[in-house]
Each structure stands twice: as structure tokens, then as C-alpha cells.
Design a protein around this ligand. Structure first.
Ligand SMILES: Nc1nc2c(ncn2[C@@H]2O[C@H](COP(=O)(O)OP(=O)(O)OP(=O)(O)O)[C@@H](O)[C@H]2O)c(=O)[nH]1
Ligand SMILES: [Zn+2]
Length: 188
């Protein structure tokens, strides 16, 4: 497991504060480097986690129809600007051969993948591929909707703009009606 170098983060934050013309020794900022190091340790904790680990929990249930956990809230950090993007992930799969995983494990996998410097597209496809590799299901569909702070608080400044990404695997790739059913459940 990679250990986060908090001393290095603290040093870097002090340098950034100096670089913007702040005084890192003024009272209000004294503990800031330490707080930021603690915060980064938390928000990047997914770097130490393999989402597939969570899918080791399987129940031998003969359910070979849709399972959808929707509205899984997540917070991630855009790898280009290191500011947050956040929203909801919807994770659907059709189990095969009695490989049904715990419902919370789908949300745990989202957390593991989101808590890294990320791209929304990569979050979406990594979750889908982890389910395929671990559970070998009939099909998977992951839809992620998020607002990117780098598009709202800075740069192009478009608050409310929502980015939607999807990753579809297996039978859901070919079956438009099944895909539509998943989408209708997500919307409903
Ligand atoms: N595809 C994708 N792009 C992202 C994501 N998060 C942020 N971006 C984009 O990454 C791009 C980086 O563009 P650059 O031109 O290198 O950086 P920039 O000058 O800060 O760009 P602006 O945001 O347009 O000001 C921007 O268009 C962001 O909107 C993401 O999850 N997926
Ligand atoms: Zn960004």
C-alpha cells in the first residue's frame, strides 16, 4: 500500500501559499498545510484500493435479471485542475451463474474509483470493467452524471452544466430495449 507523504504535501502547500503572496506563518494559515495534507489523504484514498476487491463478496443467488443501484453520490477530483467534480453514479448489471454481489459493494467500488485524481470517463469505464472482470455478468451499464467545479468556479464558468457519461458492456451493448429499461429506471 502506497503511503501518502503528508510532510511533502505540507511543504508544497506552504510553497503555494508563499507563491500567491500569502504569509504561511500568519495565525489563520499556520495549520492549513497540515489540514490540506489530511484532506488529500482522504480524498485520494482510492489510490490504495482496487475496486475489484469489493466484488469478492458474492452470493450464489440464481438471479439473472437486472440489478440497479442508482443515485450513488460521489465526490472526485479532476486530474487537470485538482478541483472537485461531483454527482451521482448509477450502476446496473445482469448477473450470470449465481454471481450476485453485495449491493453496498457497487457503491464501495464507486468510492474507490472516485477518490483519485480522475476523469469522469475513466471513473465510468473503470467501474464497468471491474464488474465485468470480477463477476463475468451478462451485461453491465454504468451512467455517471456530474458537475465539474473547473467548469463552474473558473475558466468557462458554466454553473449547472451537467456531464453525463456511460459505459455499456455485454448484452446491454446489443439490446437497445434493455438499455432503455435501465435508463427509464434511472430517470424514474
Ligand atoms: N474529458 C474530460 N475533460 C475534463 C474532465 N474534467 C475536466 N476536464 C477538461 O479538461 C480540459 C483541460 O483543458 P486545458 O485547455 O488543458 O486546460 P485549461 O486552459 O484550464 O482549460 P479551460 O477549463 O477551458 O480553461 C478542460 O476542457 C476541462 O473541462 C473530465 O472528467 N473529462
Ligand atoms: Zn478540471
Amino acid at each position: 500500500m502506497t503511503q501518502v507523504n503528508t510532510a511533502q504535501i505540507e511543504q508544497a502547500v506552504r510553497l503555494i501559499l508563499e507563491a500567491i503572496g500569502e504569509d504561511p506563518n500568519r495565525e489563520g494559515l499556520l495549520d492549513t498545510p497540515k489540514r490540506v495534507a489530511k484532506m488529500y489523504t482522504e480524498v485520494f484514498s482510492g489510490l490504495n484500493e482496487d475496486p475489484k476487491e469489493h466484488f469478492k463478496t458474492v452470493f450464489g443467488e440464481a438471479h439473472e435479471e437486472l440489478v440497479l443501484v442508482k443515485d450513488i453520490s460521489f465526490f472526485s477530483m479532476c486530474e487537470h485542475h485538482l478541483v472537485p467534480f461531483f454527482g451521482k453514479a448509477h450502476v446496473a448489471y445482469i448477473p450470470k451463474g449465481g454471481k450476485v454481489t453485495g449491493l453496498s459493494k457497487l457503491a464501495r467500488a464507486v468510492e474507490a474509483v472516485a477518490k483519485r485524481p480522475q476523469l469522469q470517463e475513466r471513473i465510468t469505464s473503470t467501474i464497468a470493467d471491474s464488474i465485468v472482470e470480477s463477476l463475468d455478468p451478462h451485461g453491465v451499464m454504468v451512467v455517471v452524471e456530474a458537475e465539474h467545479m473547473c467548469m463552474t468556479m473558473r475558466g468557462v464558468k458554466k454553473p449547472g452544466a451537467l456531464t453525463i457519461t456511460s459505459a455499456v458492456r455485454g448484452v446491454l451493448e446489443k439490446d437497445a430495449a434493455a438499455r432503455a429499461e435501465v435508463l427509464s429506471f434511472i430517470k424514474g
